[in-house]
Design a protein around this ligand. Structure first.
Ligand SMILES: Nc1ncnc2c1ncn2[C@@H]1O[C@H](COP(=O)(O)OP(=O)(O)OP(=O)(O)O)[C@@H](O)[C@H]1O
Ligand SMILES: [Mg+2]
Length: 264
């Protein structure tokens, strides 16, 4: 008998990065020959500051244009292979590929509720004489929004996000509300208190169990070692190693270039 988890794994979407190069001001910052993401439910992407992790994620979303190379998405929304490096960024989220932001991106003057609603607003809610039909938008999404508001104990949603951590969390919730099939998280727990970090870890695990592929960039290595089934190590623009968390944390190159002596 095939379990739900097994079934979810078989249809798990993958991203294939081939010969992808990006330079800024004549300096190559990403040069990835052949990388498959999504073999395992939750994969980590780690490496020193400036290794190119965020740039690689942005190249996948096509919010940074590639100099050359190809990025393909397989199995998202039951479809075949799609060359996403040919497609605009706005194509990604409606087709299941979603990314959170390393740097906090939020509106100063939107309430928590409005900010969440904005993530789920699509053309279907547009009406001839107004931009959105707010009532439908609210009714269709309040259950999911309430679930996350309760889970993360956000309290009154008719207020502005009070702290950097809350804004960061809101960015993650907006990603979750989009029901991603492939989720890229760029330092999701940076600046979050420990109890909220634990909740983010829990929610990511649940998502992966249901068949979403997750790739997570994080400098908090406890999160990586606890959460990831596999880890990619990136240095100077290239993914130089791939292995289990145990293999990666013991590898001499990783220790030398990133972890330093005496790491745990
Ligand atoms: N828009 C840009 N213009 C010029 N240089 C850039 C730009 N974006 C990134 N870089 C450079 O590319 C390199 C890779 O940066 P990137 O942000 O991808 O690294 P990272 O691995 O995410 O680092 P961190 O762990 O600090 O977030 C860095 O040297 C950075 O300064
Ligand atoms: Mg980064």
């Amino acid at each position: 008998m095939v379990s739900d988890t097994q079934q979810a794994t078989e249809t798990r979407p993958q991203i294939h990065v081939q010969n992808a190069i990006k330079s800024f001001n004549g300096r190559v910052v990403v040069d990835v020959d052949d990388l498959v993401l999504g073999d395992q439910p939750i994969e980590g992407l780690i490496g020193p500051n400036g290794a190119g992790k965020t740039t690689l994620m942005r190249m996948i979303m096509h919010s940074t244009a590639l100099d050359s190379g190809t990025i393909t998405l397989s199995n998202a929304n039951g479809g075949g292979d799609v060359v996403i490096s040919d497609l605009p960024t706005y194509w990604m989220a409606p087709h299941g590929l979603v990314k959170s932001n390393q740097v906090i991106m939020d509106f100063d003057n939107l309430t928590i509720l409005d900010s969440m609603l904005l993530a789920v607003a699509t053309a279907k809610y547009e009406k001839p004489h107004r931009i959105f039909d707010e009532r439908d938008l609210y009714d269709d999404n309040i259950e999911a929004m309430q679930e996350y508001m309760d889970f993360f104990e956000l309290g009154d949603p008719i207020r502005f996000a009070g702290s950097a951590g809350e804004k960061k969390l809101l960015d993650i919730i907006r990603c979750l509300l989009l029901e991603p099939k492939f989720l890229l998280l760029d330092e999701p727990t940076a600046g979050l208190p420990e109890d909220v970090t634990e909740k983010v870890v829990e929610v990511v695990r649940k998502l992966a169990d249901k068949g979403t592929s997750v790739v997570i960039v994080e400098h908090d290595l406890n999160v990586i070692w606890n959460l990831c089934d596999e880890v990619h190590f990136m240095a100077e623009g290239s993914v130089v190693l791939r292995g289990s968390p145990e293999e990666i944390r013991q590898n001499s190159t990783v220790v030398e270039k990133y972890l330093g002596e005496g790491h745990v």
